[in-house]
Design a protein around this ligand. Structure first.
Ligand SMILES: [Zn+2]
Ligand SMILES: [Zn+2]
Length: 419
């Protein structure tokens, strides 16, 4: 009897000990996660909660990361670039949707090697949606991109209103940039391959590779041509709406989206009072070629995505709440009021919204491929006239050059190209 009691006591003590251990070891961890982190030791580090620090977090194989590199208006401002969304998939693909003016600097802050940023999908040809294509084109070239950029974009009602025409003539305008860079670096990264697809295509596949399917459907915005995109991968669907008035196609084809991005414009009153626009135009903006906050809400209430994202408004203290309240009149589901550097992680169980914390002074990051050597068959872009103006500094340059060549094992041949 006594033995049995002792055994029971021992058992009870053991159970109590285990319980205590579980309480001490596991519960604080859970509490910390739930509360967003707690530092219990002077040398401890606060677990990160609301921030995404690029380059510190692996993407799950079954996960999508979407980053807003631009969410603003055509008017340039340091705090908000124009439209650009980067979609990163767990299969390693990185796809850019629009690259509006000013957005390249935000993209650079993510410190992604240039060879991984070569696929760009354009919703339409307003500068606030593709103005930084030139910046990515040239900046990625000097950063060591080894191949061409690839651009997918809509046709227009006429040939001169389509993406192929726009990119071809952009390159013509930047001929001096192309010719000089091609002579000094290498011509291959200076090429842009364009796939122009029919803007009238309704939910047509415009891209299918590596398990990713991208479709487009028409938008109603300022003229024929603009479209919206959906991306399907691994059972997920992400919708990136370009500029548009509310349209029937979005209602139908954005359905079942895990995350749906759509524009929501500032109120017409804001356009008059803060933007200085005539009231006639301010009313038409929200009625004929963009989408009001209330209309955005009505659209999302119909589409019912797992998570809705509103963008294309100045996200300031005195403007965001008017847009937010307008949306909340007609939509009560999950919502992000997008700002630059907002990041969403999409998994089966949850969609999180955080902010990217990235350096203002980001440098290019080398990728796995060695930059291409200069193409020595290319002719120099100098004539004798300019070259004869060269002031001879070979005596002073010779000093640092000697040790530089020794350090990197360079030969005289390596120094040729571009002269
Ligand atoms: Zn536009
Ligand atoms: Zn726009």
């Amino acid at each position: 009897m006594i033995r049995r009691i002792t055994l029971s006591l021992l058992l009870l003590t053991a159970v109590a000990l285990v319980f205590a251990l579980v309480t001490v070891i596991i519960l604080p961890g859970q509490t910390a996660e739930a509360a967003g982190g707690k530092v219990t030791d002077p040398l401890g580090v606060a677990p990160q909660r609301y921030a995404y620090f690029p380059g510190t977090e692996e993407l799950g194989r079954d996960e999508i990361r979407l980053i807003a590199c631009g969410t603003g208006m055509p008017s340039a401002r340091r705090s908000q670039a124009a439209t650009c969304f980067l979609v990163e998939l767990g299969n390693g693909d990185k796809l850019l949707f629009d690259i509006g003016s000013g957005s390249h600097a935000n993209l650079q802050g993510l410190m992604i090697p240039a060879d991984f940023l070569t696929k760009i999908f354009l919703t339409h040809l307003h500068t606030d949606h593709w103005g930084d294509l030139t910046s990515l084109w040239a900046g990625g070239w000097t950063a060591g991109r080894t191949g061409p950029l690839q651009v997918w974009g809509p046709s227009g009602a006429r040939e001169d209103m389509g993406t192929a025409y726009a990119v071809k003539n952009m390159l013509k305008a930047y001929n001096w940039d192309y010719m000089t860079r091609a002579a000094i670096i290498n011509p291959a990264p200076g090429e842009i391959k364009v796939t122009e697809f029919d803007y009238k295509g309704v939910n047509e596949v415009i891209y299918q590779e590596n398990g990713v399917t991208i479709r487009s459907w028409p938008a109603i915005h300022a003229g024929d041509g603009p479209i919206s995109f959906s991306l399907e991968w691994n059972g997920y669907k992400v919708v990136i709406g370009g500029d548009t008035a509310p349209n029937k196609w979005f209602l139908e084809y954005a359905k079942d989206a895990d995350l749906a991005v759509h524009e929501a414009f500032m109120t017409s009153k804001t356009f008059v009072e803060k933007y200085g626009q005539p009231p006639q135009l301010a009313a038409r903006i929200n009625l004929t070629f963009h989408t009001s906050a209330q209309a955005f809400g009505k659209i999302m209430s119909t589409v019912r995505p797992r998570h809705a994202v509103a963008y294309h408004f100045f996200n300031d203290e005195d403007t965001r709440y008017q847009v937010y309240e307008g949306i909340r009149e007609t939509y009560d589901g999950p919502l992000s009021m997008a700002d630059d550097n907002m990041v969403w992680n999409i998994t089966r169980d949850k969609i999180t919204e955080r902010m990217v914390i990235s350096p203002d002074d980001a440098w290019d990051v080398p990728g796995p491929n060695r930059p291409l050597p200069p193409d020595r068959s290319r002719k120099s872009e100098y004539t004798k006239f300019t070259l004869e103006g060269r002031f001879d500094t070979s005596d002073v340059d010779g000093v640092w050059l000697k040790s530089f060549m020794e350090e990197y094992g360079l030969t005289e041949e390596d120094l040729k190209g571009g002269e």
